[in-house]
Design a protein around this ligand. Structure first.
Ligand SMILES: [Zn+2]
Length: 495
């Protein structure tokens, strides 16, 4: 909503809104549709997606397949589009200073028309964007730069102790305040050590700032905050776990507050959330996991739950059915997801991906020694490797139990032949799986994966009837055969 329309809206509203962001939420959530108010909200296109989540290729344009073309299509269709410009970096050394200049320029225009909180830098060509792929958190082809975050001072009314997979962490609660236009009531205090270092407890006045995460963080004690001693803070730390009621213990450096109960359902419910996320189950939010953890003490037990069992945990019938269906849908799990779902220390999604692509099979990974990891994986330290290996050993029983219910898709299991021997294969456009899955399969079967079409290219894989990607045009020009993903599957199965 523009600042102009925000002003108009407040003139026609009995209760003025405090910020355009709140105004949009207020107008959309209003029980009664008021067209005059709705018309004050703008919709601006940022990116065009098709239903597979990939960029639409642009059939009406002879121009190249870029995000700029996508926006042009949207504009010609009559949509408003986000402000954008194309920049070319001629010298890699200039990137930092030039991007900072751009950020400053956009920040200056911030107050001009409508509220903005940052700039997204993205590679121009949609093909390059796909090629770059994703980390476990974000696309590699784009990055968001936020303007300097704003800060607010609040008084801590209460501290909630949140049980994680390992630590119990403090979260500050306070009266609602506006931060960057959003209403916030909670901020992370990270750890007891952080509270001691900053001299903060219930009653303290503190500075909070939103720093990328969902909930803001407490930055420091405010200048007018009362001084509190270390002893006062330490005596306010809970002596028992807020979930299971067993005693807590605090490490000597105050960095870790833990529940002493190894079977604490609070800790397990957090692990269950991660487990479900890695297996692609979407209905395992914090609330449902805490309820399920009353009944489930190990991951594999999830697969034996009946709908009635789930309902008995206190979950509603409809949701129980969804959860049950989701569990039944998990049959074959990619190796990297299986490794990452087990909550093995040091086994984050990136490490899991690295181990999967290096060692290819679960059985190979289960046989690894500390020495293997240190010698095979760049930058792997001996201490981390030992923690990882011990973790894998400790998870052996759970792995075996899980394998009774699910199958792990080893990278070698489907890729042991020479189906693509001597071929050079290039891919464009959306696929049913991540492009890297095909890259690995092609390479493991004697083929070469190429990122561009040349006269040596055996074929181009494209699921769309036609495409304006540069690869597609090149293939047509050179007379390179163009097949769909089916062809790859058939080849792999020797059809
Ligand atoms: Zn506990």
């Amino acid at each position: 909503m523009s600042y102009d329309n925000f002003k108009k809206l407040n003139e026609m509203s009995p209760e003025p809104f405090t910020h355009p962001r709140n105004a949009v939420v207020g107008v959309i959530n209003d029980d009664q549709i008021n067209e005059d108010r709705l018309r004050l909200i703008d919709f601006k296109v940022f990116r065009i997606l098709n239903n597979t989540g990939n960029d639409v290729e642009s059939p009406w344009f002879e121009e190249e397949d870029t995000i700029a073309t996508d926006l042009l299509i949207a504009e010609r269709l009559g949509f408003k589009i986000v402000g954008h410009e194309e920049i070319t970096f001629t010298n890699p050394k200039d990137i930092e200073s030039e991007t900072s200049d751009i950020l400053r320029r956009f920040e200056k225009s911030q107050k001009a028309d409508y509220p903005k909180d940052g700039v997204v830098f993205r590679v121009l060509y949609n093909d390059d964007y796909e090629e770059l792929g994703y980390t476990s958190h974000h696309p590699r082809g784009a990055t968001a730069w936020k303007f300097k975050a704003s800060e607010v001072v609040v008084t801590i009314k209460n501290i909630e102790w949140s049980v994680g997979t390992k630590d119990i962490s403090p979260v500050a609660e306070f009266e609602p305040v506006l931060l960057d236009g959003a209403r916030v009531t909670r901020a992370s205090l990270k750890s007891v050590k952080n509270m001691v270092d900053l001299g903060i407890m219930v009653g303290s006045r503190v500075v909070i700032r939103r720093s990328g995460g969902v909930i803001p963080a407490v930055l420091a004690a405010a200048e007018d905050s009362l001084l509190v001693s270390k002893d006062q803070i330490l005596s306010s730390i809970p002596k028992v776990c807020p979930v299971c009621g067993e005693p807590t213990f605090l490490s000597a450096d105050y960095a870790h507050l833990e529940c002493s109960n190894s079977e604490c359902s609070g800790k397990f419910s957090r692990k269950l959330e991660i487990f479900a996320k890695m297996l692609g189950m979407k209905n395992f939010g914090p609330r449902n996991c805490l309820l399920l953890a009353e009944r489930v003490q190990a991951f594999h037990e999830v697969f034996s739950l009946s709908i009635k069992d789930i309902i008995d945990c206190g979950i509603g019938e409809g949701m129980a059915q969804n959860i049950f269906n989701e569990i039944k849908a998990v049959t074959v799990v990619p190796l990297k997801n299986f490794l990452a779902c087990l909550n093995i220390p040091k086994m984050g999604p990136n490490t899991a991906q690295l181990l999967a692509s290096t060692y290819k099979s679960l059985s190979a990974i289960r046989e690894l020694s500390v020495l293997d990891i240190v010698s095979d994986i760049e930058r792997a330290g001996e201490d981390s490797a030992r923690i990882l290996i011990n973790g894998i050993r400790d998870a052996a029983e759970e792995m075996d139990a899980l394998l009774q219910f699910i199958q792990v898709d080893d990278i070698t299991s489907t890729n042991s032949g020479n189906a693509f021997a001597g071929m050079i294969i290039c891919i464009t456009g959306p696929l049913s799986v991540d492009r890297n899955v095909w890259k690995e399969k092609i390479e493991a079967n004697g083929g070469k994966f190429s990122t561009s079409v040349s006269k040596n290219t055996t074929c181009l894989i494209c699921n769309q009837k036609s495409s304006t990607s540069s690869k597609y045009k090149k293939a047509v020009q050179l007379g390179t055969p163009i097949y769909t993903e089916e062809w790859l599957i058939d080849k792999l199965n020797n059809v």
